[in-house]
Design a protein around this ligand. Sequence first.
Ligand code: GLN
Length: 277
Amino acid sequence: MTLLECLKLSNARLSRAGIVSPLAESRLLLQWACSLAGAEFWAALREKARPRCLRRLEEALERRIKGEPLQLITGRTNFYGLELAVSAGVLIPRPETEMLVELALSELQNLPAGGRIFDAGCGGGAIALAIKKVRPDLEVWAGDPDPAALDLCRHNARELGLDVTVVAGAYLAGLENLDAVVSNPPYLPDDYRKSAPPELAWESDSALYAGKDGLAVALPLAREASSSLNSGGLLLLELDPGNVDIFAQQAQRLGFQSVKINEDLARRRRFVIARKG
Ligand code: GLN
C-alpha cells in the first residue's frame, strides 16, 4: 500500500469515527508513523509504506478512535513555534494560549531587561518557554503544584535550551517582587464535565476544572498577585468566556487598575489584562 492510499484509508476511518479534522489528523499520524517530516513526506506519497510504518499507523488510529488526543499519540505539539513534548496527565497547550503569549509580549514591551515574570500553573511550560524564547533578557519563572507538570516543564526547558526557573508550588509559590504574572489556570466550571469532549479525560483534571464557577484557582491567584506584584506589575490570565467578567470585577475590587478583557481568535471574551496600582 502506498502512503497516499494509507492517507485516504486513515481519513475515511477517522471521519467515520467523527473526528473533526480527519484529513489533517491522518496526515500528522501518518507522518509520525513513518517518521517523515514536511517535503520528505510529500515526495514519498507514491512510495510503498514500510511494514513498521503500517504497524505504527494502525496502532495510532486505534488510539485516536478511542478518543486519545493526537498530541499524546505523537508525544509532541507545536506551540508558538516551539516543539514541545507533551505527556498524559498534563494539559496540552492550546492555540488560544498562543494569543495569551502574544498579549504578554506586547504588554511587556517596555519592561527592561531583568524584569521578573511568573507563569503560574505552568503545566509543560508552554507560556514561560515561549516568553523566554522571545525575551531572553527577562527572568522567567514557572511554577506548578503537580510534580508531573514540573518534570515535563524541566524536560522541555532542557530540550529547548531555555533558562527558565521551575519551582514547585500552587499560585505564586511564595515568590515576590514580580513584574508580571501570566497564567492559563484551570478555569472550566465543574458542570462542563457533562458536555466535555472525550479528549479532556486524558489531561489533568486539576489543570482543567476549578469549582462551580471555574474561578477557584484564578481568584486566589489574583489575591496573591495583588501583594506579590511590584507596583504597575501586570496580571494577565486566560479564562472562560463565562467567568471572565466576574473575574474582572473581582480584580478591580482587589485594587487592580485598567482592567481590560480581550477576545480570542474565535471572538470569545477570553483574556483579562490588569495592572497593579
Ligand atoms: N481551554 C481549555 C479547554 O477548553 C481549558 C484550559 C484550562 O482550563 N486552562 O479545553
